[in-house]
Structures are given as C-alpha cells and as structure tokens.
Ligand binder design. Structure first.
Ligand code: SAH
Length: 396
C-alpha cells in the first residue's frame, strides 16, 4: 500500500482525528503514485503511523481519513459498520418512520467521507462526492439494499463539489424502483410534503430545517407572515398549520412554488397563501415602498459563500436582506433568520444581524438560537459539519 508522509509539524489535525489532509501538508509519497480513490497510509515526518484514508487526485483535500486503527482496513466491512451505526443513530432519534424523511448518512460526521444518504418515504437518495466513494458506488448500493430494503435508490451526485474532485455530475436510478415525480413524505410535526427526488434541489428537500420550522411556526398563530426563499414551503406549511392569518411565500423557482401549492392542499390548511415568484432582494424593497407590514418574516436564503473569498460579499448580502426584513416588521414582530454558509460562523452571522439592526434603527432581541436538525450530527473532530445557524429575534 502507498504511504504518504506529512510535512514536519503537520500531523496535529490528523492525530486529533480531523478527517482531511490537504495537499500542502504532504511531504512525499512512498511507493506508487496512488490511483484515484485508492487507500493510503499516512505517517508523520518522523515515520510514525497515524491514520488511513482514501486518495483524491487533483482535489485540494488530497486524503479523506477513515480510520485511526492500524489494523482496520478500508473495505466493504468498514463501510457496512459505519452505515449500520449511522442508521442506528437515526433510529434512536425516532426518525426512521416509513413515510418519514431524514438524513441517514452525513458523510465525514458519520465516518464515511464523501457519502450522503437521505431517506424519503421508502426511497434513498445517494450523493457520492469523492473519487473514493464514486468508485465504491456498487458496494454502497448493495449494503444499503441489505440493511434497509428500500423501494429504490436514486443517485443525485450533481452537487458542485464533485467538480473539485474532477468528477462529472451523475444522477439516475442505482437500484430498484424509479421514485415518482411527486413522492409524499411526512415531516416532524406531522406535516406532509411532496418531493421530487429526481429534479428537486439538493437531494430533493431541505431536511436540515425540519425542526426549526416548528420552532418558527410557534410564533405564527394569527400572524401575517412573509416566508422568503420558501422553496417548496417548509416554513409556509408549518406556519399555516400553526394558524398564520396570511402568508406571502417568495422564491425564484416557479417549480418550487407549484409544489408548495400541492403541499398546502395535502395539509388541508385554511390560511390564505400568496405565492410571489421573484427575487427576494427586490421584493423586500418593493414591499417596503408599498409600506406592507408583517408580524413574522422568515429568511432562509441559499448558501451565499462557497469559498473564503466570497465571505465578505456574502455578509453584505445577509446584512441587506436582514435590514430589509426588519423594516417590514411591526414592533414586537419576529424575524427568523438563517445562514447555511458553513464559512460564515455563528458569531459572524450574529454580528451581521447586529449591523442590520443598527442600520434599520430597531432594537432586536435574540429569543432563540437554532442549528441543523439532529439527523445532521456534528462530529466533535469535524466542526466543519456544522453549517446551519438561525436566530429567532424579536424586533421592536
Ligand atoms: N426555506 C426552504 C429552503 C430554502 S433553500 C425550506 O424550508 O425548505 C433556498 C431557496 O432560495 C431555494 O428554493 C432557491 O430557489 C431560492 N432562491 C435563491 N435565490 C433567490 C432569490 N434571489 N430570491 C428568492 N429566492 C431565491
């Protein structure tokens, strides 16, 4: 097996079980140049064995580590053990109901870098995001079939991160039935949604917000509510179920808004909902000009920063929408504001909302802090797995 020796002083994160080795930390390779996705051993500059992982040729993250046990091979049995453990964790959370949906395997955080598996009402959606995982697609599929007996497994490896691995986008049925274009699923709070696993965003839905929607909905009884970046209406449907008086739901995607309408029908809600296709940045301004006012405003924008160089521009974007949202709130109203940019820390995000409050001339109190749902666990040795943060604020 190929052995990779680190530069002097670069062993610390590896010893502390961080699963990434960057190309710059590598001093030399002993043996053959590793093939894409091949298993390699990692040693310190002093020659001490540290860990074992899989090689990604070309990617800045050159090795993803899987084990720190010298005797543990990276084989199908290891992948099976990790998959079983991840599934067991979700089962203990009570999130593996037949008609339900949850993230079953969250890559590094579940000890399988590069593999994401989401469960949707009997179907599995898989993302193979590294060279190593793309190569092990057949083994992963077989293990998932044996452990979960799903109706079908669908690949949605069309995420941008595949590019950094030199992998083309890939999607389609890996095993079993093709998921219907409208699959019904039940989310926490007994909320029903339709999801399009083949064409929806990410793996079909934003499962990371499932519980946060209920926390926000708790403020929506009788409220005139504005749900910006609503997608298929996760927050809108929860707010309607909680008795919102009226909801305006904004998104650029017409397809998402039409699924939101289907979701409303499915939940038999009485709340009038106005769907507003368009750019939330512009609509927030227009509503201000029109002097519209709301009791609750929800901001759940897409990731604004995908690299360090974009963080500053991202913070300007967050500040802008948060300030606009504050202008629209009646005194004592609720702002539920989120950021899913991992590169924007919770601390930085709070500072951005602080800046927005100063510019909007409003007193703003944090009444609750939110994070991603528990089926997206954060491994202590891999804090990068924590990306979603939210603040529920009262705006005076
Ligand atoms: N709140 C949703 C998830 C939102 S994901 C839920 O709970 O499920 C972000 C959404 O923002 C996507 O649906 C995307 O279509 C939409 N979007 C991206 N840019 C936008 C813009 N400038 N204005 C309005 N919507 C936008």
């Amino acid at each position: 097996m190929t052995t990779v020796t680190l530069q002097p002083g670069k062993e610390r994160p590896v010893v502390q079980r961080h699963p990434w080795v960057f190309s710059g930390a590598i001093a030399r390779i002993q043996g053959r140049q590793p093939e894409r996705g091949a298993v390699v051993d990692v040693r310190s500059a002093e020659g001490e064995w540290l860990a074992r992982g899989c090689w990604s040729a070309g990617s800045q993250i050159r090795i993803r580590l899987f084990t720190w046990e010298p005797d543990e091979p990276i084989d199908d049995a290891l992948i099976r053990r990790r998959i079983e453990r991840a599934i067991d964790g979700r089962r203990r959370l009570g999130m593996l109901a037949n008609e339900g949906a949850c993230r079953l395997i969250y890559a590094e955080s579940d000890g399988i870098p590069g593999l994401i598996v989401d469960y949707y009402a009997g179907f599995l959606v898989v993302q193979l995001l590294t060279q190593a995982m793309a190569q092990r697609s057949a083994a992963v599929t077989r293990i998932l079939v044996e452990t979960l007996a799903p109706r079908g497994i669908y690949e949605r490896s069309d995420a941008d991160v595949r590019e950094k691995e030199g992998l083309p986008p890939a999607s389609g049925v890996l095993w079993g039935e093709t998921p219907p274009a409208r699959l019904r699923m039940r989310l926490p709070g007994d909320i029903w949604h339709v999801v399009d696993l083949g064409a929806g965003q990410k793996t079909g839905a934003y499962l990371d917000q499932a519980f946060n929607r209920l926390r926000v909905a708790a403020h929506c009884n009788g409220a005139e509510t504005l749900d910006c970046f609503c997608y298929t209406g996760g927050f809108t449907i929860a707010a309607a179920r909680a008795g919102a008086r009226h909801i305006t739901a904004v998104d650029t995607s017409e397809a998402a808004l039409s699924m939101l309408r289907e979701g409303l029908t499915l939940n038999m809600v009485a709340t009038p909902v106005e769907t507003a296709p368009g750019d939330a940045f512009k609509l927030l301004r227009r509503y201000r000009e029109e002097q519209r006012r709301f009791d609750v405003v929800i901001l759940d924008p897409p990731k604004f920063a995908t690299s360090q160089s974009q963080v500053e521009r991202a913070t300007r974007g967050y500040k802008d929408i948060n300030m606009q949202a504050m202008h629209l709130l009646r005194p004592g109203g609720i702002l539920a504001t989120f950021s899913c940019s991992g590169l924007v820390s919770a601390d930085l995000f709070q500072k951005v909302v602080f800046g927005a409050a100063l510019d909007a001339h409003r007193d703003v109190q944090i009444i609750e802090r939110l994070s991603q749902s528990p089926d997206h666990p954060v491994l202590l040795t891999f804090p990068e797995g924590e990306y979603l943060k939210g603040l529920i604020c009262r705006v005076w």
